[in-house]
Ligand binder design. Structure first.
Ligand code: PEP
Ligand code: MG
Length: 329
């Protein structure tokens, strides 16, 4: 049966039985952040800082960056804002950082890897984030994109601590990082699954090629298994962390487009993901579908998706169980 009237989005992500899954927004500017606050986002789960760097021939000054990040923090006083450090390269080339002669840019020097080839840019960015955080009330978390190893995670955490940023994390968007999630999360406080790139790299299918869309699908069983493995790794790291007996202290979020698909969002919650970050226009539909299931039902739906042999079977069976017959996303 169709769900004729879905419960209204309340402004907090919660299952029918009160299990909290905060619904956050993906934004790429101060203007986006203000719109996300109006749409009811509980915070920002992904601030793409490229907005401050794109379309320029030179690195923005620390002061310019402080202003740009401050405008975002201002929209979410007292709320969580996850800042992603510069993700240049591949689909986001920058003239002063990217070597355009690389044969395979998606596998090249991108994201955190640019810290090796252009040392100093990341340090200045962390300095700017810390300065902006210091003059605003937002709860600022900082994460690095394209982390592949626990050594890289540890390196990033050290740089964050040096800049006075207390909550370092990493994006899990390379399959190796999902496999090694326990070791990685022993070095940082949180992880955010970037399912756009995680799907691209798991399936070896360019995310920009429409002709590969069937492969490039976050419902692919291999992708769902890597998400499950990431959550399990985080829980294991949490259990062995000397300082964190608190459950959920190694937060695992999702900030890829998959979190904006209401049926997949429920599966992600069932897999044990703690927060979901999405384009603001998806908040209401994701919030409504999440509120229609208990966490036990979400876990059953996650098991159903994991048992499927194909992405199409996973999607169809979960949607049928949820009564979603048309595309809400
Ligand atoms: C992702 O890869 O899923 C992600 C959120 O980052 P971006 O889309 O900016 O690469
Ligand atoms: Mg990415």
């Amino acid at each position: 049966a169709t769900r004729a009237s879905l419960p209204a989005f309340s402004g907090t992500g919660t299952t029918a039985d009160g299990h909290r899954v905060p619904l956050l927004a993906n934004v790429g500017s101060g203007k986006d952040a203000r719109a996300a606050a109006v749409a009811g986002a509980e915070g920002i789960g992904l601030l793409r800082t490229e907005f401050c760097f794109l379309g320029r021939d030179t690195e923005p000054s620390v002061e310019e960056q402080v202003q740009a990040y401050g405008a975002v923090f201002e929209a979410f006083p007292g709320r969580k804002v996850v800042v992603r450090t510069l993700d240049a390269g591949a689909d986001k080339p920058l003239p002063f950082l990217t070597d355009t002669s690389e044969p395979n840019p998606a596998l090249g020097v991108r994201g955190f890897r640019t810290d090796r080839t252009s040392p100093g840019v990341l340090g200045r960015q962390l300095e700017a984030i810390a300065a902006a955080a210091g003059s605003h009330e937002a709860d600022v978390w900082v994460m690095a994109p394209m982390i592949s190893t626990a050594e890289e995670a540890a390196d990033f955490a050290v740089q964050c601590t040096g800049a006075g940023l207390a909550i370092p994390g990493v994006m899990i968007e390379v399959p190796a990082a999902a496999v090694m999630a326990e070791a990685i999360l022993s070095k940082v406080r949180f992880a955010s699954l970037g399912t756009n790139d995680l799907t691209q790299y798991t399936m070896a299918a360019d995310r920009q090629l429409g002709s590969l869309a069937t492969l490039n699908d976050p419902w692919q069983p291999a992708v769902l298994q890597l998400i499950r493995r990431t959550v399990e790794g985080a829980r294991a790291a949490e259990a062995s962390a000397p300082d964190s007996a608190t459950p959920g202290s190694k937060n695992v979020g999702v900030c890829g487009e998959s979190a904006a698909d209401p049926a997949l969002a429920v599966v992600l919650a069932g897999l044990g993901v703690n927060t979901l970050s999405m384009t603001p226009r998806a908040l209401a539909s994701v919030g409504a579908v999440l509120a229609s299931v208990t966490i036990a039902e979400a876990r059953d739906l996650a098991a159903l998706a994991l048992a499927a042999n194909t992405a199409a079977e996973a999607r169809t069976s979960v949607r049928a169980r949820l009564g979603i017959l048309e595309d809400l996303g």
